[in-house]
Design a protein around this ligand. Sequence first.
Ligand SMILES: [Zn+2]
Length: 469
Amino acid sequence: MFRRLVASPSAYFAGAAVLSLTIIALQFDLSIPSRPAGTVRDLALLRNRGDLNVVFILVDALRADRMSLYGYGRPTTPVIDELANRGIVFERVIAQSSWTKTSMASLWTGTYPATHGVLRFDHAIPQEATLPAEIFKAAGYRTVGIWRNGWVAPNFGFGQGFDTYYTPKAGADAQLQRHSPGAASIGGTDEDVLVAARDFLETFGREKFLLYLHLMDLHQYVFDDDADDFGPTYSDAYDKSIDWTDRVIGALVDALDAAGVLPRTLIAISSDHGEAFLEHGREGHAYDLYREVVEVPYLIIPPLILDRGIRVEQAIASVDIWPTLLDLVGLPPLPGADGRSMLPLVLAAGGASDASAAVESTRAVVSHLDRHWGGRGEAREWVALTDADARLIVPAGRPDSAEFYDWRTDPREAKNRAAEDPPQLQPMLERIDRYRRDSAPPWGVESPRIEVDELRLNQLRALGYRVGS
Ligand SMILES: [Zn+2]
């Protein structure tokens, strides 16, 4: 199970070495001039162009409510705020798990965890599944994934469809990462991803491409000297790391601008799960399914500067991320996906149509975690159902232990109202039962369990997880 890398903030700061920037100066020009102006109606026409690149940036462990983009009181994401100001922001996005592998399997396949079955440390997405990169590759795109989290390694099936799928080698600054005594760490920093992305753009920037960049510095609470000094706690360090990551993303967009590809590149940013700071008794993630570990950002920076930004209020799910992107660029949908394109909601929110009726407004979204994901023992599954105004969190087979939260009056999920037997409770329990009973992989085979050797297990343990015992 996930554990804190070090026991206390004081231990963390006693041993922390702040990342120093020598490879790149993250001075980011907030005015990106290199895209034409456009309107919401132009968004609907993007699919006809046939020349669009997609850059998908996954910021591991980024909870939405810590971003100034989502109303946080600290200016943690000024670069993203500026980019999203004339783009598309989904206000409420529910990840399908609080643990990277289960959540990323949902994100990439567009299916819920009970559908894909990737719930344990040794489960893999089967080759029979179709992933977005395969669709892009079949459409003639060059497909490249650059990642630093071992849970999305190719042996777990995440490399399907990528021409190149790799972890960049650690750069010169790797030794300057924090080295708390006893703290686990992975090698390198997100600067290495940035350098690799620049190399890619230099070599292949004139081709049509899908570029997936999986950033990990926030997961490791890495920050630099220029991060705002928000305070001394773990939670403050997390905010500082968001600030740092925000500037890394600014530098990535700058690199796209310098390569001259922004007018034909669609950039999407999201996360796999959030991070807890004792809201429900735990720190970190991959333990439970409360809001702080499943509510993530999703924003799209289109290849044109919209006359006004679009904010979609309805709740969506991570399984909707790729159906929406594929729809935007005019590629075929993911076969058998539980998710769906939210482009109709985008167009409606932008005033171009009244298409909101095309998406069920009362749709409920599932999150799912096997709390024994890191072990070989019996399953200990939790499922959460989020509908328009309530959340139900239930340990599998134990409806008496269900927790019910009213999001209208209690968005922090502080008071469990299940004992009051609210009218939504039984229908939501039945819906969860149906989800667990009726889900099956559309590609016809169960997710295989693979041999994970000790070397790989140690790399995963370096992320701070207890796994494989
Ligand atoms: Zn993660």
